[in-house]
Design a binder for this molecule. Structure first.
Ligand code: NAD
Length: 366
């Protein structure tokens, strides 16, 4: 064996129905006294409930998906002028993304410690990856990068914050989490350790997601729903750790190009594209797909993912989310340029055009 694995250092607190106490403990641990809370308007009630009693000097709710640079700049100005010494972000990946934009190198408040309280399964809280979108002639260009300063110092996971998630978002976000696990199998720094995290993450997610949303589960009691959200959070965390360690593979590169270019909803884009990438790479990634098949408890990885998608009624076509058909031709070149050289299946203009078309139209996967 020859590989170099880097583990990221952060505190991870699971505190179902106890986020407020856990966040207060993390703030005490930091010794922070001037907090900025970042939460989108839809997340403000959740944020108020977990930050009660804390020394908050600024509340910032201008959160926009894919973090446009001008939105990041306004938040940085607010944080700098208020001389905040830590940020608590309560919300989905867009909210965590804005907190990361505050803390990243080059910001006037670079290195600001982040306590992240996730309310979706996006997993950004467990990665040192930032994303910013700049306006451009083809819609927008999403840039991502790695910076140790953006890794939250603490994560507080509270499954009760997931109870307000609409089922469609639970599914799409759960698939975003699955995508971290699947793409980690062939990410540029994939190794036995991050594959282990990824496999266990996929196993837990595949078992838990249907229990939350499938009608056949019957009406679950609050305790059971909390239990399955807890499991999903745990699986999403493991998958995000795997992704952060293995790096962005083909799947994430495609989703970043499409998301930035056509302003597509992040989680739904992942849910649609993932099975197409798995089908594309599976013939040339036998070890990875064996692991995934076992994680899904299925005859093959693709059958497992396809069955899960059907069970939870996950999104199937990019055209349903506003991607124009002629956008396929525009996207091919940047997608080809972004896909890592170690991708199991060699990419070219024809096979990427076919993949994007299949994902756009929602073609059946075989
Ligand atoms: P999101 O954060 O945009 O949230 C989607 C919607 O759901 C928003 O309107 C939000 O306010 C609402 N919402 C969030 N939690 C809720 C809850 N518990 N109840 C009710 N409504 C709730 O979407 P997302 O999919 O979580 O995150 C997408 C963003 O995260 C993208 O910009 C993506 O690039 C980024 N992301 C980054 C990383 C990384 O490692 N840097 C990883 C994953 C995602």
């Amino acid at each position: 064996m020859r590989f170099t694995h880097e583990s990221l250092c952060q505190r991870v607190v699971f505190a179902s129905e106890a986020a407020a106490g856990a966040v207060a403990a993390e703030i005490r641990h930091l010794g922070a006294q001037r907090l900025m809370v970042v939460a989108a308007p839809a997340e403000s009630d959740l944020a108020a409930s977990v930050t009660v009693g804390l020394p908050v000097v600024r509340w910032h709710d201008e959160v926009v998906m894919h973090v446009p640079v001008e939105v990041a700049q306004r938040a940085r100005d607010v944080a700098a002028s208020a001389r905040v010494d830590a940020v608590v972000c309560v919300g989905g990946g867009s909210t965590t993304g804005l907190a990361k934009a505050l803390a990243m190198s080059g910001s006037p408040v670079a290195g600001l410690p982040i306590v992240a309280v996730p309310t979706t399964y996006a997993g950004s809280e467990a990665t040192n990856v930032w994303g910013l979108t700049e306006p451009g002639p083809d819609g927008g260009t999403k840039r991502t990068g790695v910076d140790g300063k953006v890794l939250p110092c603490s994560i507080v996971y509270d499954a009760s914050l997931m109870l307000t998630l609409p089922p469609e978002l639970t599914v799409a976000s759960g698939f975003n989490a699955l995508a971290h696990g699947v793409d980690a199998m062939w990410g540029p720094r994939a190794d036995p350790i991050n594959r282990l995290h990824a496999t266990e993450g996929v196993r837990v997610l595949a078992a838990a997601l249907p229990r939350i949303v499938e009608p056949s589960s019957g009406p679950l009691g609050r305790k059971q729903v909390l239990y399955w959200h807890e499991q999903t959070l745990y699986g999403a965390y493991l998958a995000a750790v795997a992704f952060a360690s293995a790096g962005s593979g083909m799947h994430h590169k495609i989703c970043h190009v499409l998301g930035g270019m056509f302003n597509l909803p992040h989680a739904q884009t992942h849910a649609v594209v993932l099975p197409h990438v798995l089908a594309f790479n599976a013939p040339n990634a036998p070890e990875a797909t064996d692991r995934l098949a076992r994680a899904f408890g299925s005859s093959t990885a693709l059958v497992g993912l396809r069955d899960l998608r059907t069970r939870v009624e996950a999104p199937t076509a990019l055209r349903d989310y506003g991607m124009p058909e002629d956008g396929i031709a525009t996207a091919v070149a940047p997608v080809l340029a972004a896909i890592p050289a170690n991708n199991p299946t060699t990419v070219n203009e024809n096979n990427i055009t076919a993949l994007l078309h299949a994902a756009w139209a929602g073609e059946e996967l075989r």
